[in-house]
Design a protein around this ligand. Structure first.
Ligand code: IMP
Ligand code: MG
Length: 177
C-alpha cells in the first residue's frame, strides 16, 4: 500500500462490483435516449472510463474542466477551464463526477448547462459525502456514500497526487496538516 495512505476505504474489487451495478442501472434507464456523458475533469477520468464500459446503450461523451478546490477545503468559487466541444440542446445529459461534497461545484455546473436547454440533466457520482452538503443538489446515481474524511485514489487527488491509486483510501492526516 502507498505509504501516505492510512486506510483503504473502498477496494478495487468493491469499486468494480458497484460501478458495474450502476452501469447496468443506467443501461436500463437510458435505453433509446442516446445520452451524452459529460465528465468533470480531472477527478472523473478513471470512474468514467470504467462506468462507460458497463453502459450498453448508444451514447456519446464530452468533458468539462472546472476548478473549485484548493488543498482539502473548497474555496466556493468555480471557474470553467474547459467547456464542452459540442452543443447539448435537446440531449439527455449525464454529469459524471468523482465526489459530491459541498455540492457547490455541481450545482454551479448544472445551472451553467441548463441554459443550453438539454432534455434532462442527471448526476452520476462515484462518491457522495451528504454530511457536507451546502448546495441544494443530490445525486441520481451514487456508487458509494462516504464519511467526512478526505479521500484519494481512483482519480481523486490531493494537490494532484495519488490519482493513480487503484483503490480509494484515506490520506494520513500528517500529509495535509
Ligand atoms: P464540492 O463543490 O464541495 O462538492 O467539491 C467537489 C470537488 O471537490 C470534487 O469534484 C473533488 O474534486 C473535490 N473533493 C471533494 N472532496 C474530496 C476528497 O475527499 N478528496 C479529493 N477531492 C475532493
Ligand atoms: Mg472534481
Amino acid at each position: 500500500m502507498e505509504k501516505d495512505i492510512q486506510e483503504i476505504l473502498i477496494s478495487e474489487e468493491e469499486i468494480q462490483k458497484r460501478v458495474s451495478e450502476v452501469g447496468a442501472q443506467i443501461t436500463r434507464d437510458f435505453k433509446d435516449k442516446d445520452p451524452v456523458f459529460i465528465g468533470v475533469l480531472k477527478g472523473c477520468f478513471i470512474f468514467m472510463a470504467d462506468l462507460m464500459r458497463y453502459v450498453d446503450v448508444k451514447c456519446s461523451m464530452d468533458f468539462m474542466a472546472v476548478s473549485s478546490y484548493k488543498g482539502t477545503t473548497s474555496t466556493g468559487a468555480v471557474s470553467i477551464d474547459k467547456d464542452l466541444s459540442a452543443p447539448i440542446e435537446g440531449r439527455h445529459v449525464i454529469l459524471v463526477e468523482d465526489i459530491l461534497d459541498s455540492g457547490v461545484t455541481l450545482n454551479y455546473l448544472k445551472n451553467y448547462l441548463m441554459v443550453r436547454k438539454p432534455a434532462s440533466i442527471t448526476i452520476a457520482t462515484l462518491m457522495d459525502k451528504p454530511s457536507r452538503r451546502k448546495a441544494d443538489i443530490y445525486a441520481d446515481y451514487s456508487c458509494f456514500e462516504v464519511p467526512d474524511a478526505f479521500v484519494v485514489g481512483y482519480g481523486l487527488d490531493y494537490n494532484q497526487r495519488y490519482r493513480n491509486l487503484p483503490y480509494i483510501g484515506v490520506l494520513k492526516s500528517e500529509i495535509y496538516t
